[in-house]
Design a protein around this ligand. Structure first.
Ligand SMILES: [Zn+2]
Length: 214
């Protein structure tokens, strides 16, 4: 399938999961901003070295640099899935001079449901050394012993940005900077997807929307 696809949606909407799944099923390249930046650094290119020094200094990679990285990456692709880019109206305007898009999916989530999902999340304390990736949920997937990982027995922790206050702030920021301006920019091209469902159901919906057009 040669399609150029963009996913929109706030953190926690399942955007990363859905794009990865779609990429795998159809053999399309999945371009997430984080991976692209890491890839550029790893390549050792002139731009990569510049990005490396910015990241090492603890600074944010500017919109212009991300634009350049994406531009170079999509130049030779006739199909891709963008996840996390464009993030602003400025980037969307730039990208429209670089490539067209066949599909734009906006994963819509109910903020109450998102807050319930994220605030209940508990991760295994060993996550960082890659021995264990146990993830639980106080309501939807509770561990057998409270506060302990079923897989390895390590204490579970809650990520600092998984509080209601932090999530609301993140959602507000996303809507102001990305959600509203990009929906306005792309207009009727945006295909709304109800993401308040199980990942498999959301995926089936996305697939059927794609199929209609084939
Ligand atoms: Zn564990």
């Amino acid at each position: 399938m040669t399609k150029k696809i963009l996913f929109l949606g706030p953190a926690g909407s399942g955007k990363g999961t859905q794009s990865a799944k779609l990429a795998e099923k159809f053999g399309i390249e999945h371009l997430s901003t984080g991976d692209l930046i890491r890839g550029e650094i790893k390549s050792g290119s002139e731009l990569g070295n510049k990005v490396k020094s910015i990241v090492e200094a603890g600074q944010l990679v500017s919109d212009d640099i991300v634009n350049e990285i994406v531009k170079a990456k999509v130049a030779n692709l006739d199909a891709f899935i963008l996840d996390g880019y464009p993030r602003t109206k400025g980037q969307a305007e730039f990208f429209s001079t670089v490539s067209d898009l066949d599909f734009i999916f906006d994963l819509e989530v109910d903020s109450e449901a998102l807050i319930e999902r994220l605030t209940g999340r508990r991760m295994c304390g060993k996550e960082n050394d890659k021995n264990c990736k146990g993830t639980f949920h106080t309501k939807f997937n509770p561990p057998q012993a409270e506060g302990k990982c079923d897989l390895c027995g390590s204490p579970l922790y809650q990520r600092k940005d998984d509080t209601e206050e932090a999530i609301n702030k993140r959602l507000g920021g996303y809507e102001a900077e990305t959600g509203a301006p990009l929906n306005e920019f792309y207009g009727a091209k945006v295909s709304k997807v109800n993401a308040n469902r199980k990942p498999d159901e959301v995926f089936a919906d996305i697939e059927s929307k794609l199929q209609v057009s084939v």
